[in-house]
Design a protein around this ligand. Structure first.
Ligand SMILES: Cc1cc2nc3c(=O)[nH]c(=O)nc-3n(C[C@H](O)[C@H](O)[C@H](O)COP(=O)(O)OP(=O)(O)OC[C@H]3O[C@@H](n4cnc5c(N)ncnc54)[C@H](O)[C@@H]3O)c2cc1C
Ligand SMILES: NC(=O)c1ccc[n+]([C@@H]2O[C@H](COP(=O)([O-])OP(=O)(O)OC[C@H]3O[C@@H](n4cnc5c(N)ncnc54)[C@H](O)[C@@H]3O)[C@@H](O)[C@H]2O)c1
Length: 491
């Protein structure tokens, strides 16, 4: 279907604002329910994820981690005789982001039978969206059943002196640059900060990572410690408890100088801020439906926005602030798309916990992997979160080198795993793994947590010998051994 132009007003069953991974998925589900769908995109179909976040960062990180993995294997280590071929790495990234050309993904939207409108979408009262094209012309769209907001998020820059003059990188240049700065300062110890430090150090920058508290603070404390050790081992100067007070770049072609709160100064060719995200909701007409522009959108289990009458406004992905992750946003999109279809057809909703129209996993089983060296993955609750939620828990901790499969995978394998067990139901509330290759191990934990698989049954899920997954055997055995001993059962 070609782009419909010139129409003054067009009516659809569903309008989707934003064609990132989340917007595309809700459009697909609404079409599968037989509804007509308009998708509005102001930049590139595929969103931040495809062009400046998940995809390019992982395309760039994979060669760094592949070489680190080879160096952990006797015999293979000797074959790694030089630095990474940065041109080859950038070319790989360019292939995965299709040279920032969205023709293929735009075709994908059209192939599901949705109409794509290019331009900036804004709500203009209930069930009504105005699309402003680059040439200033406008198109009005109306929605019979639903408007789904999937406009994503943008990086936040702190308000400190010299921030504009410094022309800092964010995730955008952090993923689209084809030049390796000799020195790079990375500010922020969350997911973006640790992955950017890993990849640019791996590509040859001398990276300094400045974090005001421990790395990856939302994960179990041992994660940040092990990731910090890995970064330090790779040559990154990791400084915890340090803040940037001011920046200056008096010569636009010269280096940037950071003034730190410990009294020191740091000079680098570039500075990258990875200090969190803000929702892309400041200019989408939220005030026209009684909501506050720039706010995260608070939603129910079907992703309907609270505080809007008539059950028509949905918010999915980063904008609802539940879990700023592509896979979790796509899960919300599938669930909400099906709920939109059911509501439109007048069918009852299956929105009780774990029902087809409930995003229950958002509360209980969010999986996340950071592609650092070592990799870090977790699902569900940390021990502190579980205890704060009132669960009676026991934690089981183990180093991976207990498993022969881990040692065969990497000589002298270093890694750590933790189970958080709900003692009343004997199911897992949370699992965390840190170590080489754990990204592919995490899904087993996600199945166990989301499935609330009883530990008594989980011991029958046997890991193949000799794989890294054998860590499960040792963790479960350690739990069984300790079960009746008076360990720390916290409420
Ligand atoms: C460096 C980095 C690495 C990451 N790595 C991972 C990872 O490995 N795995 C993972 O799960 N998550 C990762 N994330 C998070 C992930 O990128 C986001 O959770 C994901 O992009 C959210 O998808 P979305 O569709 O909600 O938003 P987006 O991908 O941001 O897409 C939103 C779309 O809406 C469009 N839009 C916005 N406003 C309007 C408007 N008014 N009108 C029309 N269109 C509009 C935008 O142009 C954009 O195309 C990473 C994030 C960063 C920054
Ligand atoms: N592999 C993945 O799945 C992946 C990778 C990267 C990012 N992400 C997601 O993208 C989202 C955004 O990541 P992020 O790292 O930008 O945000 P974040 O909120 O996870 O981390 C930002 C960090 O910056 C720190 N910070 C904030 N202001 C600061 C300041 N002025 N000075 C120093 N430090 C400051 C915060 O304390 C925090 O630790 C996250 O939710 C993350 O989960 C996912």
């Amino acid at each position: 279907m070609s782009e419909p132009h010139g129409t003054k007003e067009a009516a659809y069953d569903v309008i989707v604002l934003g064609a990132g991974p989340v917007g595309q998925n809700v459009a697909d589900r609404a079409r599968a329910a037989g509804l007509s769908v308009a998708v509005v995109e102001r930049e590139l179909v595929g969103g931040e994820c495809s062009y400046w976040a998940c995809v390019p960062s992982k395309a760039l990180l994979r060669p760094v981690i592949a070489v680190a993995d080879a160096r952990r294997v006797d015999g293979a280590r000797q074959a790694v005789t030089g630095p990474l071929d940065t041109e080859g790495v950038f070319a790989r990234r360019d292939r995965y982001v299709t040279d920032w050309d969205d023709t293929g993904q735009a075709q994908g939207v059209k192939s599901i039978g949705a109409d794509l409108f290019r331009g900036h979408g804004r709500l203009d009262g209930p069930r009504r969206v105005t699309v402003t094209r680059d040439d200033g012309s406008r198109q009005v769209l109306t929605a019979r059943h639903a408007v789904a907001v999937a406009t994503g998020s943008r990086p936040v820059l702190p308000d400190i002196p010299g921030i504009d003059e410094a022309r800092p990188w964010t995730n955008r240049h952090g993923t689209d640059s084809s030049t390796v700065p000799a020195r790079l300062a990375v500010v922020g110890g969350g997911g973006v900060g640790v992955e950017m430090a890993t990849l640019w150090q791996g590509l040859g920058s001398r990276v300094t990572l400045l974090a005001r508290r421990r790395l990856l603070p939302r994960m179990e404390p041992f994660v940040g410690d092990l990731v910090a050790q890995g970064l330090t081992g790779a040559g990154v100067d990791v400084r915890i408890g340090v803040q940037v007070r001011a920046l200056r770049r008096p010569d636009p072609t010269g280096p940037v100088t950071l003034t730190l709160d410990d009294g020191g100064e740091l000079e680098a060719e570039e500075v990258l801020f990875a200090t969190g995200r803000t929702p892309a909701t400041d200019d989408i007409g939220l005030d026209s439906v009684g909501l506050t522009p720039g706010s995260w959108l608070d939603v129910d289990t079907t992703c309907l926005v609270h505080g809007v009458d008539g059950d028509w406004l949905y918010a999915l992905g980063d904008v609802n602030h539940r879990a700023l992750l592509t896979h979790q946003g796509k899960y919300q999109a599938r669930t909400a798309g099906d709920a939109i279809g059911a509501r439109a057809a007048g069918r009852p909703l299956d929105d009780a916990a774990w029902g087809d129209h409930a995003t229950t996993a958002d509360q209980h089983a969010v999986p996340q992997v950071f592609f650092t060296d070592p990799e870090a993955g977790s699902v569900g609750l940390t021990a502190d979160q579980a205890a704060a939620a009132g669960h009676r828990i026991r934690t089981v901790d183990l180093d991976f080198n207990a498993a022969q499969g881990a040692n065969l995978y990497a000589d002298g394998y270093r890694g750590h795993g933790r189970l958080v067990v709900d003692l009343d139901r004997e199911v897992l509330l949370g699992v965390t793994f840190v170590g080489p290759g754990v990204s592919e191990l995490l899904h087993s934990a996600t199945v166990a947590v989301a499935g609330e698989v009883p530990l008594k049954r989980l011991r029958h899920a046997i890991a193949c010998f000799p794989t890294v997954s054998e860590i499960w055997l040792f963790l479960l055995a350690a739990y069984q051994r300790d079960r009746d001993t008076p360990q720390t059962a916290s409420a």
